[in-house]
Ligand binder design. Structure first.
Ligand code: PRX
Length: 640
């Protein structure tokens, strides 16, 4: 299947870009004609940034799973839709053809309807990276239920917070998951979470590890029993729901600069078009290729580039349950060889963690099928970029550095593999439809090249965030208020002499640890829950593998004098953070301090704490406005 809107050369990129900016109605109207709709749209785009109101394809009706599955059946019924590579390399991999995926999704969608889930209901999904996770997500979309996938590493408290915010009535989970040499309990964490919230009336449990779990009668249902029930009763499969273009497809929680994660809402038609368009263009996907995105479906990358992008394009998408370094650091390369992977999409953190092992794990691995390599989630340093390009791609596979966010739904700034030029550590040029704008501190637009500023987007695009669930004002305040008439990304950015963009990192109080977004306020809240903590301040610092590490300055309610007590306390604080958020938010360093550098109005001067954490102890800038300038000396003295 040749996709008519796939850009074939640089000249065509420039032409399409121009048209998309000058006439978005025609441009995105044309692209959308290549999808299946129940009803056509009345207008392609309507947008009012001041109220954070944008609609795409208003008036249209569709079902996204028909576009991801049903429409491929005739041509690709027997082609693999999903290849599942289990954590344990000794266990067989599984393949679901498009026909099998259709059957399983349609059947499970019927199960959901049968247990009372209706269009618009929120369903949280807390599972490991197994095919049933994909099936659960797609089954929700098929009946018009709004899915909210919660990353399997989040704690009971984090699940409860999300369930409460989304007012979810159902959770789909599994008994446990495998990650490397660990078996991770999932259902027991859901049980704990449900002690903290009471909206959930059904928990559907898929049996994966076979570990012993509690099932609460009347609330907990086995996946396989529910499937058997509709089979035995001969209940016909549910027809796909016909939903409005702007019907919410999913909520995905992401960290911001406040302590409470936001529920980013994406709607159906615009998100579908954007995930598909960016997939076929950035990766230059060709028919029958195998696409391996190593992200977890609990993050936006997994939503857009394991599920909706590849499946809407009729691709074969590979789901991997495990981790890159188990049983050894050659696991990714074994998978690429075993499943003849054409496109590999991963995070700089993963690349850096594999570089540490040198070239040996790559030796003898046949990676000649690899045609495109992608990175996402954080800035990639030049060294990692070159290693990826040379050692993994053998300089034969273009590297695409894709910049985007949970809120943007799909890639915004990236080279198009082999079509537009690459530049190490640069995301390079915007996708069609994306008009980047750099702003200075005073809200003025920065014109010209060789400049840097805060990155905004000046025009609506199909995959953009529509609201923050349950609190639209928060969406306006966070994204559309800093610069009138612009979407503000929260990222700093430079534009080089050729107009290429390089994302330099967050300019707000959000950390990017191993490609995961973590709010400093969230980590501080968690640390402060430890009864011995009075106050804390969290900042990021450069970390060789994770990109950024978490550095916590902590004031205790009584001084610790011996090392042993300090170590015990550190361990306890780490446990508190794990319980409140999850292991991903654990600080790498904890320094006990007697005070924090605050202004007279009580604001913590993080700039100073950041410099100390970075080891830059000389040029701390102006400290005269501090309430107690001497505190800085004592923090420097106590630095680890
Ligand atoms: O700071 C940018 C960074 O990751 C943030 C978005 O995080 P999240 O919503 O979790 O989505 C990650 C996957 C899309 C951005 O604000 N970021 C993402 N991609 C890049 C990046 N920074 C530099 N280069 C990138 N390619």
């Amino acid at each position: 299947m040749k996709v008519p809107y796939q850009i074939q050369n640089l000249e065509q990129y420039h032409r399409n870009y121009q048209k998309s900016i000058e006439n978005p109605h025609e441009f995105w109207g044309d692209v959308a004609t290549h999808f299946d709709w129940h009803e056509p749209w009345n207008s392609v785009v309507n947008s009012d940034f001041s109220n954070a109101k944008t609609t795409w394809y208003e008036g249209a009706k569709l079902n996204i799973t028909e576009n991801c599955i049903d429409r491929h059946l005739e041509e690709r019924g027997q082609q693999a839709a999903i290849i599942f590579e289990p954590n344990d390399p000794q266990k067989p991999s599984q393949t679901l053809t498009y026909q099998e995926l259709y059957d399983r999704v349609a059947e499970f969608a019927t199960v959901l309807t049968n247990i009372g889930i209706q269009q618009g209901d929120r369903v949280c999904i807390y599972m490991g990276m197994i095919p049933e996770l994909a099936i659960a997500v797609l089954a929700c979309a098929r009946i018009g239920a709004i899915h909210s996938v919660i990353f399997g590493g989040f704690s009971a408290q984090s699940i409860a917070d999300r369930v409460i915010d989304a007012e979810a009535s159902c959770i789909i989970t599994c008994d446990g998951a495998y990650r490397g040499n660990k078996e991770i309990p999932l259902k027991p964490v859901v049980d704990q979470a449900l002690k903290l919230c009471d909206t959930v009336s059904e928990v559907v449990v898929f049996k994966h590890t076979g570990s012993k779990i509690e099932m609460s009668p009347g609330r907990d249902l086995w996946w396989h029993e529910q499937v058997n029930e509709i089979r035995e009763a001969g209940i016909p499969w549910e027809d796909p729901a016909s939903v409005d273009a702007e019907h919410p497809l999913f909520i995905l929680y992401t960290s911001g600069s406040t302590g409470k994660p936001k529920g980013v809402v994406h709607t159906t038609a615009g998100y579908m078009v954007w995930a598909n368009y960016t997939f076929v263009n950035v990766f230059q996907y060709q028919s029958n290729q195998v696409h391996f995105c190593t992200a977890d479906i609990g993050w936006i990358t997994g939503h857009s580039y394991i599920l909706y992008g590849p499946l809407s394009a009729g691709a074969t998408t590979l789901m991997f349950e495990g981790i890159p370094t188990w049983p050894d650091a050659g696991r990714f390369w074994d998978i690429c060889q075993k499943h003849s992977v054409d496109i590999l999409y991963t995070a700089p953190t993963a690349i850096r963690s594999l570089m540490v092992f040198g070239d040996a794990p790559l030796e003898g691995k046949n990676l000649s099928r690899l045609k495109v390599l992608g990175t996402v989630g954080e800035p990639i340093n030049e060294e990692a970029w070159h290693w990826y390009n040379e050692k993994v791609g053998n300089k034969n596979a273009p590297v695409v550095d894709t910049w985007w966010q949970t809120e943007t739904g799909g890639v915004m700034i990236s080279n198009l593999a082999g079509i537009t030029p690459a530049k190490p550590s640069y995301a390079t040029l915007p996708l069609p439809g994306i008009l980047p704008a750099l702003m200075d501190e005073n809200g003025n637009l920065i014109q010209g090249n060789s400049v840097s500023g805060n990155l905004c987007i000046a025009k609506p695009w199909p995959g953009m965030i529509r609201t923050t669930y349950g609190d639209h004002q928060r969406c306006i305040d966070t994204y559309f208020s800093a610069y009138q008439g612009y979407y503000f990304t929260g990222d700093g950015c430079l534009r080089d002499e050729n107009g290429f963009y390089r994302i330099t990192g967050r300019v707000d109080d959000v950390l990017n640890v191993s490609g995961h977004r973590i709010g400093t306020a969230e980590v501080e809240n968690a640390i402060n829950m430890n009864p011995q903590v009075v106050e804390s301040a969290v900042v990021g610092y450069p970390h060789d593998i994770k990109g950024q590490g978490i550095y916590a300055y902590v004031i205790l309610n009584k001084e610790v004098t011996d090392d042993e007590a300090a170590t015990t306390l550190r361990v306890q604080i780490l446990e508190t953070v794990t319980q409140v958020i999850g292991p991903i938010a654990k600080p790498d360093r904890i320094q006990f301090v007697s005070g924090l550098p605050k202004t007279r109005s009580g604001k913590i001067m993080r700039r100073i704490l950041r410099k100390i954490a970075e080891g830059e102890l000389q040029n701390l800038g102006d400290t005269t406005t501090l309430l107690d300038p001497l505190i800085v000396d004592s923090i420097i003295k106590g630095k680890l």
